[in-house]
Design a protein around this ligand. Structure first.
Ligand code: ZN
Length: 396
């Protein structure tokens, strides 16, 4: 047992959303006390935030949860790599594939969590994005047409069994045959239902909301290049207060004005930031022709299906998306931090344990510097369950 584990930690800094210094005391992996430190704050004080939460991560630096060859140790590696960016919880995301391939991914993710306490803590739930989506070019995004299909309770039950019951978020197109009763049944079991990669009519959106849909997945992406200016699925989802929206604010997926309008429309409390990071994230720029499909990674941080304008997921870290959300939407740092902490925690039903700095919650914390002129967020230290995990492992 390390010293920190036996004695707990005292973490000092300015909790985001406050303007005074605090000391956070941790014990046995949990926040046991928070005390205000008298005196003025100074520019050398760092910010403290709850650990960041990303509900859409397909992989990182060559590891891809969507490959049937994904191994449990790959998941642990991604957990550890993302600490660098302050991410202490994420939902491994598996996209449209054959039944067999999906079952293998689910089994690997389950095994990873069962074998590793670190994975179990960091990845409590899985996001199934597809295969029950629109077959159309545009809404389908980079998902493989041949594996797109209507949902069935039978197939989902099989995949959920492979996943050990960990599938907690499903993104689908409500206009798919049988989608509405499917959504009703899953929502009734507490699984969060999300609209995405969809060509839904206003009526389909209404039916999905009635069936319990709570989220629009990467709103504004996975859609047609051109749509009717008034009667379209974008306005309908924006206008629905029942739906939160996850946004990829990496500077490539949505123009600044769109981010601002979407955040204003949804309100801070219903906006979530996600990376949608693919396995190419963290790798050098270039053409990856042996990827699932040839993908071009550009110097400025975009990944596109080679020869098309379609983005093939994202490659920027979550910290970048927090920066851009502040810059594009004109919101405060505290608001942007909420979009990667308490908002996803509430949506996923995890707010009793994570998502805010409160006594009794898991000691998942991020210490960072923030440059308000350059919109730069630099993670200096990450703590998971009371242990310093970035940088240099837990021995600090
Ligand atoms: Zn997607």
């Amino acid at each position: 047992m390390s010293e920190s584990e036996s004695h707990g930690q005292v973490v000092r800094g300015c909790i985001v959303g406050t303007d005074y210094l605090s000391e956070i005391v941790t014990h046995s992996g949990v926040i046991s006390e928070i005390r205000r430190v008298p005196g003025e704050t100074s520019s050398s004080d760092c910010w403290i935030s709850p650990g960041f939460i990303d509900i859409q991560v397909n992989g990182w630096r060559g590891k891809n949860f969507n490959r049937e060859s994904v191994m449990p140790e790959d998941v642990l590696e991604v957990v550890r790599m993302l600490w660098e960016y302050g991410v202490t919880t994420f939902l491994p995301t598996v996209t449209t594939e054959s039944r067999e391939s999906l079952s293998k991914s689910m089994a690997a993710l389950r095994q990873a969590a069962e074998e590793s306490a670190e994975v179990d803590h960091a990845c409590p739930l899985i996001h199934l994005e597809g295969p029950y989506i629109s077959p159309q070019d545009g809404p389908r995004g980079a998902h493989t047409l041949e594996h797109v299909r209507p949902p069935t309770i039978e197939e989902f039950g099989f995949l959920q069994e492979c996943a050990g019951g960990r599938i907690g978020l499903v993104t689908l197109a409500p206009e798919q045959e049988g989608a509405i009763p499917f959504m009703e049944e899953l929502a009734g079991k507490g699984i969060v239902m999300a609209i995405g990669h969809s060509d839904a009519s206003p009526e389909d959106i209404a039916a999905a909301v009635n069936a319990g849909a709570k989220l629009s997945t990467h709103l504004g992406n996975g859609s047609h290049a051109k749509i009717d200016r008034h009667r379209n699925y974008m306005w309908e989802q924006l206008a629905r207060d029942e739906l939160s929206a996850s946004l990829i604010t990496d500077g490539h997926h949505l123009p600044p004005a769109v981010v601002k309008c979407m955040v204003r429309c949804k309100g801070v409390e219903r906006s979530l930031l996600i990376t949608d990071a693919v396995g190419l994230a963290g790798l050098p720029a270039g053409l990856y022709s042996d990827w699932d499909k040839p993908v071009e990674v550009t110097q400025d941080g975009a990944a596109r299906l080679h020869g098309t304008p379609y983005l093939a997921g994202a490659i920027e870290p979550l910290t970048r998306n927090v920066q851009r959300a502040v810059q594009f939407a004109g919101i405060s740092l505290a608001d942007a931090i909420n979009m990667v902490t308490i908002n996803p925690a509430r949506l996923m039903g995890m707010a009793d344990r994570i998502g805010s700095v409160e006594v009794g919650k898991d000691a998942d914390l991020v210490l960072f510097d923030w440059d308000n002129e350059k919109y730069e967020l630099t993670v200096t230290q990450t703590m998971s369950q009371g242990q310093w995990v970035f940088p240099n492992g837990d021995s600090q």
